[in-house]
Ligand binder design. Sequence first.
Ligand SMILES: [Zn+2]
Length: 372
Amino acid sequence: VIRAAGPVSRVELARLSSLTPASVSNIVRVLLESGLVEEAGQSPSTGGKRRTMLRITANARCGIGIHVESDQIIYAMTNMAGGLIGRQRRQGAAGLAPEALLDRLCREVDEFIGHLGILRGAIVGVGVVSSGSIDYYRGTLGGFVGNSFGSSLPLRDQLSAALGLPVVIDRDSTAAAVGEFWGGGYDQPPTFSCIYMGDGIGSATVYEGVPVRGASSNAGEIGHVSLDRDGEQCYCGNRGCLEQLAAPRALVSQNDSGVTGLSTAQAFDSIARQAVHGDAAAESLIRESARSLAAGAVTLANMADIDLIVLAGPGFAIAGAIYVTEIREAIAERAFARSVHPTEVRLATNPRDSAALGASALVLQQLLAPRI
Ligand SMILES: [Zn+2]
C-alpha cells in the first residue's frame, strides 16, 4: 500500500489496509528499521494535525529481469518503485544448448551488474521469463520457440547456485501482468488481464493482485483458443488457433514485402509502421489481426470477468492504438457482463520491455508481498 499510494500517512495506511492504527505503527517501525520505507516530510496543513508521510525507499533494493527469446535476450534492472535503473540487449538464445544458455546468462548478469556499479547486496534476485515451456513450480525451462531442449533445464536452481542470488522462472505474459500491477499505482484495478503479444500470443490474469498460474503455471494460453475448429493444424495440436490468425509470425508469412533477411519481429515492426502511416494493405493486415485478437479478448473477458485488459509485448509497440480500438469496440458490444460493469482496454506503459521489466517486478513483489 505504501508503494502504491505513497507518500501516505500512518492514518491513511490504517484506512487503506483495514489494519488497526497500532498494527500499522508496529509494521511501519519494522519497515523503517529495514530501510525499505522512509519518512517523507509532513502532510500539507489542512487545519488539522500535520502527519508524517511515508514512502518506499526506491533504491533500497533492486531486481533483475531477464527476457529470454530466440532473437534477443533483454536484461532490465528496476528499483522498488518500478523505476528503470538499466537495460541491456544481447544476442538471442536461438540454437543454444541448455548448458550454453546457462553460461551465457551467468556471464551476462555479472557484466550487467558490473556496468551499472550496483552492490550485489542491494539485489533481491533475478526473474527469468520466456514464452517457452516453463514450469514455475519446478523452476524449469523446456526450451522456447524454435529451440526445444528435449528435456527440461532446471534453470532456477542452477542459475541461483551460480549467481548466489534467488531466481524465479515464469512465463513472459505473467511477468508482464505483475509488472503492470507493480507499476500501476493505487488506481490500478486489482482484477485485470494482460494480453502479451511477442512472437506468439499469451495472457495472464491477476485476481486481487495475485497472478493465476494454474496447475502447471500454463494458464492463459489464449493464443491457442480455437477460432476455427476446422482450420489449419497448429503446432500445439489444436486447429484454427488465434495465434495462427493474429500473431506477428502469421502476418509476416502472409505479407510478401520482398524484403528478406529480417527477423519475424523486425518484419512485423515494418508492417506495423506501414499500417500506422496509412499503407492500405498493411493496415488491412493489422486490422484483421486486431479483429481476431478482439474475439480472443471477448473470450478472455467472459472467462475471467475483469475490469481491465492491458496490451503488452513488442507486438503492440508500434500499431498498439489499432489493437486498442478494435478490442475496446468488441468488448463494449459483445462482452457478456458489459451491462454489469465496464472493461477498460489500454496499452502497457512500455509494451516493448514489459516482460523484462515484469520479470524484475516479479522478484521484488515476492520480497514485499510473498503471497505470490
Ligand atoms: Zn495452437
